[in-house]
Design a protein around this ligand. Structure first.
Ligand SMILES: [Zn+2]
Length: 172
């Protein structure tokens, strides 16, 4: 039996993967975001991948659960921890359509997620690059590799279309 070597040639380093690799999972996160919109939730989706296995896929459910913490990333982190039977999400990549907020960035640090890939920036609440840089703060005990701007336009569009529709309906 040939056991595949876990050599250090960078092949398994998510940052070494081509843009198509990240786009594949970001499309999956976008599908979650669209599902959120169907449920009249702010359309944000997240996917967590461990190796090549999807261990979580979730979307914002704040309205349905009446829970201010029910952001896509928080739900996905809980799912992944259950799937891997560990709070420590080593070897995972989190894909999310919008730059994480301070709460989710905090949870990402707590979960020790090594790599975060996001789509659109959030100038109003982003805690990765826009308002704060929680994932690269040397004072915290964990730092992530970050890949911003994957399918940025598609991720931003699903949000702007949702808010436009809500305005037309006089809801928000
Ligand atoms: Zn959040």
């Amino acid at each position: 039996m040939i056991i595949p070597s876990t050599d250090d040639d960078g092949r398994n380093d998510p940052l070494e993967e081509g843009p198509e690799f990240h786009a594949h999972y970001m499309h999956m996160a976008l599908a979650e975001a669209r599902q959120a919109a169907e449920e009249e939730e702010v359309p944000i989706g997240a996917v967590i991948v461990h190796g090549e296995r999807v261990v979580a896929r979730a979307h914002n459910q704040r309205e349905q659960l009446r829970d201010p913490t029910a952001h896509a990333e928080m739900i996905a982190i809980t799912q992944a921890a259950q799937s891997l039977n560990s709070w420590r999400l080593e070897g995972c990549v989190l894909y999310v359509t919008l730059e994480p907020c301070p709460m989710c960035a905090g949870a990402i640090v707590q979960a020790r997620i090594p790599t975060v890939v996001y789509g659109a920036s959030d100038p109003k609440a982003g805690a990765v690059e826009s308002l704060y840089r929680l994932l690269s703060d040397p004072r915290l005990n964990h730092r992530c590799q970050v890949v911003p701007g994957v399918l940025r336009d598609a991720c931003a569009e699903v949000l702007s279309r949702f808010f436009q529709q809500q305005r037309q309906l006089g809801k928000k």
